[in-house]
Unconditional design. Structure first.
Ligand SMILES: [Mg+2]
Length: 303
């Protein structure tokens, strides 16, 4: 009821506008997907069905929101770049984050059965969303380089280290990749709980795990990938090495403009035989770090 004594509470709802003329990057990330992928028996280290499902949900989002000019995904995360001039929802942060995250999640569930026909969903998955503003093209290029550097095939390794109990750690030590947290079996190891060959491996703390994740360079991750999954990084397909990049690509769809015009349209004869360019969302597995991708698509960063 207007003017009711309760209406004042609305004054507590504060606006949360985003700075104008800045790039928005929305990153969605699977919530507890380590457990989700175990429960739904994803193949490790990469499940191409799960990756394709993520791509499809991202495509649904781009179709619904023309302001998204680029998307990049790997593992259980996807980043979306919105053009600088986007006025979507009057640039209200919570509205953009909540609506886009919600649509992505519902699309993921909606299309689940198409990609996992024999695996019913055991429980509803969730994604968290965060939105970051960047002032210039340089930060955008660096952002997507950063995400691609931790490419799909290596993400499970990082996740394993981050979650690691004894087993992955044993692998790391066994293959002499990290050499931390392991000591020879002996009476001076009262805290030791797990044994592997001649080594005694102690569970490592969270801080140490984080340090390992951040300090493990690509070459070492490749070695872990082979040690743990017998997968040679160089033999993986492009999707696994480069992740998925979604862009809008102009195509000639063969549709005659004249067919869109009424019979009494004067311009119809002049347009006869020409085709109407149409934007189609395509999925690429390409390099985002070098200049080539960006030089070929200047419109992405033009605002
Ligand atoms: Mg993740």
């Amino acid at each position: 009821m207007a003017g009711s004594r309760y209406a004042y509470v609305r004054n507590f709802e504060l606006p949360d506008p985003l700075l104008p003329e800045t790039f928005m990057v929305l990153r969605l990330d699977g919530h507890s997907f380590h457990r989700f992928s175990d429960e739904h028996q994803f193949t490790k280290p990469n499940d191409t069905r799960a990756l394709a499902l993520m791509d499809h949900a991202a495509k649904d989002l781009m179709e619904q929101y023309p302001d998204i000019v680029l998307a990049f995904g790997e593992s259980d995360e996807f980043s979306f770049l919105l053009r600088k001039s986007a006025s979507l929802y009057n640039r209200r942060a919570s509205k953009i984050i909540s609506t886009l995250t919600s649509l992505f999640t519902s699309s993921y569930v909606f299309r689940w059965a198409s990609y996992f026909p024999d695996t019913p969903l055991k429980y509803p998955p969730a994604f968290d969303g965060r939105l970051v503003l960047y002032p210039s093209a340089r930060e955008i290029r660096d952002y997507f380089s950063w995400r691609q550097t931790d490419s799909s095939s290596l993400q499970p390794i990082t996740a394993e280290i981050a979650h690691c109990g004894a087993s992955p750690h044993q692998q790391l030590v066994q293959h002499n990749v990290l050499g931390l947290g392991a000591t020879r079996r002996g009476k001076h190891n009262p805290g030791a709980r797990h044994t592997q060959g001649a080594y005694v491996v102690r569970p490592i703390g969270k801080q140490t795990r984080l340090a390992l994740v951040q300090g493990t360079v690509s070459k070492e991750k490749h070695e872990i990938l082979f040690a743990r999954f017998q997968v040679n990084y160089n033999h993986l397909d492009a999707r696994c090495r480069k992740g998925s990049t979604l862009v809008r690509q102009q195509i000639e769809d063969g549709e005659k403009l004249t067919s869109m015009s009424g019979p009494d349209t004067e311009s119809a004869p002049r347009l006869r035989g020409r085709t109407k360019p149409r934007a189609q969302i395509v999925v690429l597995h390409c390099d985002l770090i070098k200049d080539e991708f960006w030089d070929a698509r200047p419109e992405i960063l033009s605002g």
